[in-house]
Design a protein around this ligand. Structure first.
Ligand SMILES: NC(=O)c1ccc[n+]([C@@H]2O[C@H](COP(=O)([O-])OP(=O)(O)OC[C@H]3O[C@@H](n4cnc5c(N)ncnc54)[C@H](O)[C@@H]3O)[C@@H](O)[C@H]2O)c1
Length: 401
């Protein structure tokens, strides 16, 4: 069976690596640098080992390509392209559009098309299907399904095989074929009654996290004002064996899911005439955290940051991975610079970012920890300046969020 995966990023390459153990996989991407690296067996994604990629290439089970016609003759096509927000924080489906064009123009027979990209309920039925049909040269009876990706980059306890996977087809036949495809490399498949339920569930999972992170960030601010230790409070609440789930305060949310997906839900809610009050407010609270943090640091340092050397530790949005998408560090750095500080950053896992290289952990007046990778030692952070503000709760002996 030939499977083409459109997009070879975090999601697409992860699926490709698992699928290549069972099928002939074509990994299509528009980025020629990534494609050329992949064909040399070099993985750019944490969680996909280069050795596994090399083996799949040697066995003839995997090939990356920038040539759209290479997807012709596929039995299954999986869409795994970005679904970001535009400048006004509304869903931006331009990558889905271009994937639909490539699929429509290049498929030469009836194919099962599965969407793994995160989007609002109705995307596969009312958006992807009509687009692909519009671009198809002939009328094919394609099947359509959704199976939202739940991969959590850097996570060790759950992976593609062990994370339960939701799916639903537009027809019972599409559902059955989708189940058959994933069952070769996923242990737990959960069929739901419609694609819209699977699409909505995916958005709600990340909205749930966004809202709870905002809630705990608000509690951090309340606790500080009251002189109570927020982390001890959370540990105390966490002793209740039911009805409570612990989230931790932070400088905000990053990555491609939590800061983005809730806005897809809010947008579709707006269009349906329902005001998504919680979702919008949670987004504001999280985006406001860097401002709150700069305010605290200013207050502790004589009311002004003008001319102060400030070291930001951690550019990746979470520990032990190099993903910097939507990182709260960026907002924080901008605000610190606006306050007159001279800002530099350390992140050995990211290495270089926005044309600059990671700075050593030394020579600062003020250090702010946004993300603490395991390889960055607390002792070195504490020695980097006389004042260390920690948003992670992982650097003992520093000022805590
Ligand atoms: N990264 C995650 O942890 C994660 C988890 C669950 C769901 N998702 C969702 O999965 C989708 C993909 O995210 P990602 O993290 O893999 O993105 P990514 O940015 O890592 O990779 C996307 C890839 O798609 C390529 N691309 C863009 N348009 C294309 C096109 N028309 N044809 C072929 N390739 C194209 C890009 O060059 C890029 O290499 C998004 O909808 C995202 O929300 C991501």
């Amino acid at each position: 069976m030939k499977v083409s995966i459109i997009g070879q990023g975090y999601v697409g390459l992860t699926i490709s690596a698992f699928a290549a153990r069972h099928y002939d996989v074509v990994g299509f991407d528009l980025n020629s640098t990534i494609v050329s690296q992949l064909n040399q067996g070099i993985s750019h994604i944490e969680g996909v080992a280069s050795i596994d990629l090399k083996q799949a290439i040697l066995k003839g089970n995997y090939k990356a390509t920038i040539e759209p016609s290479d997807i012709s003759g596929s039995d299954i096509v999986v869409i795994a392209v970005p679904t970001p927000l535009d400048a006004s924080r509304k869903p931006d489906l331009r990558y889905i559009d271009s994937a639909c064009k490539i699929i429509g123009e290049n498929l030469i027979s009836s194919t099962l098309i599965i969407n793994e990209s995160t989007s609002f309920p109705g995307t596969i039925r009312n958006y992807i299907k009509p687009k692909i049909e519009k671009y198809s040269k002939q009328k094919f009876e394609h099947e359509y399904a959704i199976s939202p990706e739940r991969v959590d980059p850097g996570r060790r306890d759950f992976n593609q095989k062990t994370t339960p996977r939701l799916y639903a087809g537009l027809t019972p036949e599409a559902s059955a074929k989708t189940r058959q495809f994933y069952s070769s490399f996923c242990d737990n498949l959960v069929e739901v009654s419609s694609p819209e339920v699977a699409e909505a569930a995916k958005l709600f999972e990340n909205t749930f996290r966004q809202v709870n992170i905002a809630l705990v960030n608000e509690l951090a601010q309340i606790s500080h004002a009251l002189g109570i230790d927020v982390r001890e409070t959370l540990d105390a609440a966490g002793t209740k064996p039911y009805g409570f789930m612990k989230f931790s305060p932070s400088a905000g949310v990053g990555g491609h899911c939590i800061p983005v997906d809730p806005s897809y839900l809010a947008d579709v809610a707006d269009k349906a005439g329902v005001e998504a009050t919680f979702i919008k407010r949670a987004n504001e609270v999280n985006l406001n955290m860097p401002k709150y943090i700069v305010g605290r640091i200013k207050k502790d340092n004589g009311g002004s940051l003008v001319g102060k050397k400030v070291l930001v530790v951690g550019i990746a949005y979470k520990p032990n991975i190099a993903d910097t998408r939507e990182t709260p560090s960026e907002l924080l750095i901008n605000l610190l610079e606006d306050s007159g500080a001279e800002v530099f950053w350390n992140d050995p896992v990211v290495g270089s970012w926005k044309g600059n290289k990671s700075s050593p952990l030394e020579g600062a007046d003020i250090t702010v920890v946004v993300t603490k990778h395991d390889v960055v030692l607390s002792e070195d952070i504490l020695n980097s300046s006389p004042y260390v503000f920690d948003t992670t709760g992982r650097v003992k002996g520093s000022v805590q969020l």
